[in-house]
Design a protein around this ligand. Structure first.
Ligand SMILES: Cc1cc2nc3c(=O)[nH]c(=O)nc-3n(C[C@H](O)[C@H](O)[C@H](O)COP(=O)(O)OP(=O)(O)OC[C@H]3O[C@@H](n4cnc5c(N)ncnc54)[C@H](O)[C@@H]3O)c2cc1C
Length: 404
């Protein structure tokens, strides 16, 4: 039986987050953008509602809700302010990575306090990308070399979401250089650990209320217990993490697409040319219809992929569905935001209207997960039965070396 409806609990959660997003986030979007941070009272409100904690298992103080609920929630946040959806407290990508790669004990040790008192100021971050000169060697420049007590990490990461607000990081690093991708590892590191230095904040095109920056690790000592082994297959666990994380970003992109379409529709209904609303001209009507199709199709694909994970369908099916959903949602949101700017004419370019912000945010969303092309690569590899070579299916850690 096919169902396109959220269940009662999911609908209730979606509605309460939609109310929160409309009443609390949306009116202050420009303030957050100017301040380059989400206001503390809004973070506290989100924490009180448990917004960042829904996907955490109950053993870690969360609600143990699945990805379908997450994507419903993320669409509502994205429709109000995609930037704020990165800047609300909680384990976020860090939590998803720990759950995918770590043991139950590591998850409890590193995630439970997000639900405890003070959780409204807690963030985690994933440090994968690194600015490094183009090179041919597989894996990371950042190293985690074995020591008597565990490992010592050295290197510098870039593009880390919540670099400044996070109090803990999941750091990917090269443990054994000669093994290339087979020699990488993931390590839990507290920001307070000696040798961790949070560096510059990136000045970005959009998503201004979210914080993206550099983090350096200078002889940072971690123990064996701080290494996440990824269960039976580290590459597949890492791929699962990126897939689920990209789906969350895709849901935010659906929110941006939806909002852009809604305000474009409203504008095409009220703005008149030659005596009638511009939406009555065929060229504009076709554009609107296509963007509506973008919103609906992106949402269904995201729901379908989230359901595939929740229902524990075969992993290949869930990965292909996720790659399709994410690639489509990221591109659809950019098309909707671009059209929204264009249909507003010159005023679409003016900051008094929100259209220009949606376009900047949509562009940045499209670059922050594995990109659409990288995900297409995963999908095609699975379709063609090509071995899941990490060099092919994981995002390249070498972001362009502009910060070194
Ligand atoms: C807003 C934002 C948040 C981010 N957050 C984090 C974070 O929290 N932690 C972190 O570690 N990193 C983060 N990143 C970095 C992000 O993961 C990378 O930017 C992303 O994976 C793209 O990689 P790249 O920048 O190296 O681009 P490249 O890999 O250099 O890609 C350049 C172009 O080539 C295309 N391309 C790349 N590979 C292929 C392929 N195999 N086939 C076809 N086309 C391909 C890409 O689609 C893109 O158009 C963030 C980035 C942004 C913009």
């Amino acid at each position: 039986m096919i169902s396109f409806e959220a269940n009662e609990e999911q609908t209730l959660i979606q509605q309460s987050v939609a109310d929160f997003a409309k009443s609390t986030l949306a009116p202050r979007v420009r303030q957050f953008e100017a301040d380059r941070v989400v206001a503390a009272d809004v973070k506290a409100g989100a924490h009180e509602m448990g917004i960042g904690l829904m996907g955490l298992p109950e053993a870690c103080g969360g609600q143990g809700l699945g990805l379908v609920t997450s994507v419903l929630v993320e669409e509502e946040l994205g429709a109000a302010d995609a930037a704020a959806s990165f800047g609300l407290p909680g384990p976020g990508a860090f939590g998803r990575a720990v759950l995918e790669l770590g043991t139950e004990e590591q998850a409890r040790d590193w995630l439970a306090d997000f639900a405890a008192e003070g959780g409204e100021t807690r963030f985690g971050a994933v440090a994968w990308s690194e600015s490094s000169p183009c090179r041919d060697r597989a894996g990371f420049v950042t190293t985690a070399l074995r020591s008597d007590a565990g490992y010592v990490i050295n290197g510098k990461k870039s593009f880390v979401t919540n670099a400044h607000s996070a109090d803990r990081f999941l750091v990917f690093a090269q443990v054994e250089a000669e093994k290339g991708w087979g020699g990488i590892g993931a390590f839990l590191v507290k920001k307070s650990a000696p040798g961790v230095v949070v560096g510059a904040r990136h000045d970005t095109l959009g998503l201004d209320a979210a914080d993206f920056g550099e983090v350096s690790f200078d002889n940072v000592a971690v123990t064996e217990a701080d290494r996440l082994l990824g269960g039976a297959d580290f590459t597949k666990a890492t791929l699962r993490f990126f897939a689920k994380q990209s789906l969350v970003v895709a849901a935010r992109a659906v929110g941006v697409a939806r909002f852009a379409f809604e305000i474009a529709r409203e504008h095409c209904d009220t703005r008149k040319a030659f005596g009638k609303p511009i939406g009555h001209f065929q060229a504009v009507a076709f554009a609107l219809a296509d963007r509506h199709m973008d919103v609906e199709s992106a949402r269904w694909l995201v729901w379908k992929a989230a359901h595939a994970w929740d229902a524990k369908l075969p992993e290949k099916e869930a990965l292909i569905a996720t790659a399709q959903a994410t690639a489509h949602a990221l591109e659809a949101s950019m098309r909707c935001a671009d059209e929204c700017v264009g249909l507003h004419g010159g005023s679409g370019f003016i900051r008094d209207l929100i259209a220009e912000k949606l376009m900047r945010d949509a562009k940045q969303l499209a670059l922050c997960t594995p990109t659409a092309e990288q995900l297409d690569q995963v999908s095609a590899a699975l379709d063609l039965g090509i071995a899941l070579d990490p060099a092919l299916v994981l995002p390249t850690p070498d972001v362009q070396a502009i910060f070194t």
